[in-house]
Design a protein around this ligand. Structure first.
Ligand code: FES
Length: 176
């Protein structure tokens, strides 16, 4: 891992952008990586612009490695002003481009951020069925346990977000 990469990650973690739960979010997505047990949740608020739904603001919480935290913060900035369909074309690696070349072992960390974004935004794409309110289901503790996640972490991530009526859905990314 290059010193430059490590320094950029540390800087981003020391000054995280848009970290924390968002009140009154329009969309929420949570993903977990079954191999490392890390989780990322992202919230989005939309606005209408020229008849299109665009991302007004985004925030995140990450229970995971520093790279996931750094990339999630960068993504919340990069996604502002993008339409939902534009955002859905972005990969985790492209949202992490300010970190420079990624060590191969850190690529999956960016995919966690990409997964959280896609989980939140998919219902709002042209192919998706826009829900009237955030829809979320909950993964059982047994299922989470079988995925190697600590119950306390799951419980933390399973808290319904304020202002949302659904219960959370945690999507586990496929292991490669
Ligand atoms: Fe799990 Fe980075 S090591 S997200």
């Amino acid at each position: 891992m290059s010193e430059d990469f490590q320094k950029k990650v540390e800087d981003a973690v020391m000054n995280p952008k848009n970290m924390g739960e968002m009140e009154g979010a329009d969309a929420v997505g949570t993903v977990g990586a079954s191999d490392c047990g890390d989780m990322v949740r992202m919230w989005f608020k939309f606005r209408e612009e020229d008849g299109k739904k665009v991302i007004d603001k985004a925030s995140f919480q990450a229970f995971g490695c520093e790279t996931a935290i750094a990339v999630a913060g960068m993504a919340t900035e990069m996604l502002k002003g993008k339409s939902v369909d534009e955002a859905m074309t972005l990969s985790g690696e492209s949202m992490a481009k300010d970190l420079g070349p990624l060590p191969p072992m850190k690529i999956h960390c960016t995919q966690l951020v990409e997964g959280a974004m896609q989980t939140a935004l998919k219902p709002f794409t042209q192919q998706g069925n826009t829900p009237s309110e955030p829809q979320e289901d909950c993964v059982s503790r047994a299922e989470a346990s079988s995925q190697g996640l600590a119950p306390s972490l799951l419980e933390k991530m399973s808290q319904p977000e304020k202002g949302n009526t659904g219960s959370p859905k945690i999507v586990f990314l496929d292991e490669e």
